[in-house]
Write a protein that binds this ligand. Sequence first.
Ligand SMILES: NC(=O)C[C@H](N)C(=O)O
Length: 348
Amino acid sequence: APTLPPLPHRLVARDTPFNSSLPNITIFATGGTIAGSAASNTATTGYTAGALGVDILLQAVPELWNISNVKGVQVANVDSGSISPEILLNLTSLIQDALDDPYCQGAVVTHGTDTLEESAIFLDLTIKSEKPVVVVGAMRPATAISADGPMNLLEAVTLAAAPEARGRGAMVVLNDRIGSAFYMTKTHSNSLDTFKANEQGYLGFFLDTKPLFYYPPVLPNGRVYFNVSGATELPEVDILFGHQVLNPKLARSAVESGAKGLVLAGMGAGGWTTAGTNEIEKLVKKYGTQVVVSSRTMGGFVQTDGSSNMYSGQDLNPQKARIMLQLALYAGYSSKQLAALFGFGFAS
Ligand SMILES: NC(=O)C[C@H](N)C(=O)O
């Protein structure tokens, strides 16, 4: 067991000494409903997300100290719609440093649920470690009756400290479920049971807060590593939503206002209108725009032949495909490399 003394900047939420027989877990707080405060204990809408600091979150769950030495780091305190590339890059760098420390067993990120899946895949693609990175949120603010945040946090820390959680990439925890950052997605605006792993399936479940995995460690097809150390910004990538008589000018205005890449949330298996496709082909020719085709159905595969800068989103939803394209453009991928990256190891 590690025998290092507590780090000086450890936030101690109660008078509990460092226990050298317990694992060391760092919690990186970014805001969201898990840190939300409402005017009444029945309000689950119209409250302020990212109102409470990480020390308050930890104080609410003294059981954390029975299972680990926890340290809290406040990275941001915002509604997850305001998570920026700067925050994400900072988060990756802080987590990488923490996990590179041999005395740290795992990292937990508290995050708003609205864009949690985007940050989760970003961390999955940019952190190099076998140690668990667990992203957790809540649907009820901390001030609500039966707030789900404290239990979710306890389960997330238990997971981050579990040896059997290693080698599985970043994971998402909510509502007693464990899912891969690649596939967990928010499917309901209000319900506690909102995060689903679609047909790729959950990795595991919590029983009495203990993580029970269905399978041994495995990583999703298509998972690669992008080194973003030293990066201060990321290229702009925008998502266009497909529908009947869509406005082709939206693609032009996105590209001419700075987008280097586009993700199409296409219809069905990535369908786009003829007028829209013509416009995108012109943009590709003129600006070298890189385009990933995904689907607004949020399930199933989209495959392209990889020609004319149009790549397959495979079974990534548009918001996750956007993060992957952004990272690949940052890394300077050529068209050939993008085609291989978005091939995902699946035949197309
Ligand atoms: N449940 C939540 O966390 C929603 C909140 N608006 C957020 O994403 O920050």
